[in-house]
Design a binder for this molecule. Structure first.
Ligand SMILES: [Zn+2]
Length: 300
């Protein structure tokens, strides 16, 4: 490991760029945005990284792509904060575009890395687990953090410096998918923030959410995850892809001096869940139609 170099140097193995169809677009730089109280958006244009300042150091949710790390770290510095004060890195799900930067961020901060059990197994392997719907998609590999990883339990609350942040197991998009919730207060104005994980039923070719000879039906767990997110106390919805919760549109609407913060929307989690359920139903219908076609072809 090139420890003699400044974090983010081009020759740094842990920040070497992953190439993908949307990676360049996702990785466009963006100045940090204060979400509420001590919670900030420090990610790139198309991939969220959320920073929470606590009385005992910083907490970071998601590390984006490896090549996002210099941009995330520059955003943290621009807030007058120090990357070395990041104590915890929490992850949403084990895909390269959300955990690709975790190894470099962990190295630069010494933070502990926490996520769902399958996400931690994936981080230890440098790729998703075999049951992941996108296991056979490429790219899927990402740098492996050195150490200090731990799986969280469903409903586990992590307390640090006055912050209490709770993990909710929400499998479906991946086996390790985890959503995170915390309460943010700013001069007596308290808001429930939900970092809801991706709920898109996207897979590699050949994967069936409804199961097949070698795999169990995952749609029951997926529906349960969607229902859980829809039922969470939710004033501000954040998502690993900011576009999934209209983050930039809401932030832009703020600057037009709206009397109410457009990021505060009590219906946002319910609407996010409703959209996800429609997507899953469409996918199940496609799978059953394909299954019927196959059965028809087989009988001829
Ligand atoms: Zn994903």
């Amino acid at each position: 490991m090139p420890t003699g170099q400044a974090g983010g140097a081009p020759s740094d193995a842990l920040t070497a760029a992953i190439a993908c169809g949307e990676c360049e677009q996702w990785n466009l730089p963006h100045a940090p945005v204060r979400i509420h109280g001590d919670t900030w958006y420090v990610g790139v244009d198309g991939l969220s990284s959320i920073l929470i300042r606590t009385g005992a150091g910083l907490v970071l949710l998601d590390g984006d792509l490896p090549q996002s790390v210099p941009l995330i770290e520059a955003n943290i510095r621009s807030l007058g904060l120090d990357v070395r004060d990041v104590r915890l890195i929490l992850v949403s799900h084990e895909h390269f575009d959300h955990v690709g930067g975790v190894a470099a961020l962990q190295r630069d901060s010494g933070a502990k890395v926490l996520g769902g059990a399958a996400a931690v197994r994936a981080l230890q392997a440098g790729q998703p687990t075999a049951e992941d719907p996108q296991f056979h998609s490429r790219p899927n590999a990402f740098p492996i953090p050195a150490a200090g990883m731990r799986a969280v339990q469903d409903g586990e609350t992590i307390a640090i410096g006055g912050l209490a942040i709770t993990a909710h197991r929400t499998p479906g998009h991946t086996p390790g998918s985890t959503s995170w919730t915390w309460r943010s207060c700013e001069r007596g104005d308290c808001r429930e923030i939900v970092y809801a994980d991706s709920l898109a039923a996207i897979s590699s070719a050949g994967f069936r959410y409804t199961g097949d000879a070698g795999r169990a039906d995952t749609t029951i767990a997926f529906r349960d995850s969607i229902a859980r997110i829809g039922a969470l106390p939710c004033d501000i919805l954040l998502t690993p892809h900011p576009s999934a919760s209209d983050f930039w549109e809401r932030v832009a609407a703020r600057s037009r001096k709206s009397p109410v913060d457009p990021l505060v929307d009590r219906q946002a989690c319910k609407e996010y869940a409703a959209r996800a359920l429609r997507g899953l139903e469409e996918r199940i219908a496609e799978e059953s139609a394909a299954g019927a076609r196959k059965a028809g072809a087989g009988s001829r």
